[in-house]
Design a protein around this ligand. Structure first.
Ligand SMILES: Nc1ncnc2c1ncn2[C@@H]1O[C@H](COP(=O)(O)OP(=O)(O)O)[C@@H](O)[C@H]1O
Ligand SMILES: [Mg+2]
Length: 276
């Protein structure tokens, strides 16, 4: 039987749709009544303020967790921001107005400790990283420690330029088999096949969906999409969840006894797998 981890990191070029995709992946997982923590790891553009714009002041920042003198599971859980209407999903991230200079330097040790802890706190963890990962210890460690890393690129010369300047680092010391490639925010008419060739192939193609852009601008990415273009994007989301986590449609996993054990609790059902 295939073995899947529970932690997916998303890295790649700016504007390729990493954050958009991260939310849609988390929403799809939550829709399956599995707990998911989405870590909005980009310290250059904190995303909780625009992913949940109407919510009150976020209490604890990812920056505070990553630089705290000591870190406990409980501290992480208390820092999680629940997503209204999406009870199995929760966010961690930097706060409005912050940047990397707002905190002392994040150490490798603390980033590792945080990620180890996190893996045990939810069924699934999505790590939405910054494109400028060379400047962010957390993003580098997240790629190293994630079970799978999705590299998203745009299908234009800018995307290729980003990829060329980061490809070596993106592979790091890690096992190449854990990387998945995608083309994001793909617009009709763009030359995606030749670009995918430059990226060493792309297993996923996330199309541009006008409704998605509007949802993003209005802080409504957690809502379902209804436009005619949406199913193609959603199909790729499902395909990615199947590939990265082995998460498939209920129909396909009927008879899997694990699924039947599901206990629904509210508002957010935390999973603590115990020691870490
Ligand atoms: N598939 C898509 N369809 C429509 N717009 C998209 C899509 N992916 C990304 N965008 C838009 O591109 C911009 C950047 O997206 P974002 O997810 O923040 O990218 P990244 O996190 O990679 O920098 C946003 O305006 C977003 O609405
Ligand atoms: Mg982003």
């Amino acid at each position: 039987m295939e073995q899947h981890g529970n932690m997916l990191a998303i890295a790649g070029s700016p504007g390729s749709g990493k954050t958009t995709l991260a939310v849609k992946l988390a929403a799809e997982i939550a829709g399956k009544r599995k707990n998911v923590i989405l870590v909005c790891g980009d310290p250059f553009v904190p995303s909780i303020p625009f992913l949940l714009p109407m919510e009150g002041e976020q209490e604890v920042s990812l920056g505070a967790l990553l630089t705290a003198p000591a870190l406990t599971q409980d501290q992480i859980l208390r820092a999680c921001v629940p997503v209204p209407g999406c009870e199995y999903a929760s966010l961690l991230g930097y706060k409005l107005g912050e940047n990397l200079m707002s905190y002392p330097k994040v150490t490798r040790e603390r980033a590792v400790e945080f990620l180890v802890c996190l893996r045990h706190l939810a069924d699934y963890v999505i790590l939405d990283l910054t494109s400028v990962f060379e400047a962010d210890v957390f993003s580098i460690l997240a790629m190293e420690m994630a079970d799978r890393v999705l590299r998203v690129g745009t299908s234009n010369l800018r995307g290729i330029s980003y990829y060329r300047s980061h490809a070596g680092m993106l592979e790091g010391r890690a096992d190449r088999g854990k990387y998945l490639n995608a083309i994001g925010n793909y617009k009709a008419g763009q030359e995606w096949e030749s670009v995918a060739g430059q990226y060493g192939g792309a297993a996923f193609l996330f199309p541009y969906v006008a409704e998605l852009e509007k949802q993003y601008d209005e802080g409504r990415l957690w809502e379902a999409m209804i436009s005619r273009e949406a199913p193609q994007f959603e199909k790729e989301v499902k395909k990615l969840l199947a590939e990265a986590f082995g998460l498939r449609e209920a129909r396909q996993s009927a008879g899997n006894p694990e699924k039947k054990k599901l206990v629904v609790r509210s508002p957010f059902v935390w999973k603590n797998k115990g020691e870490f």
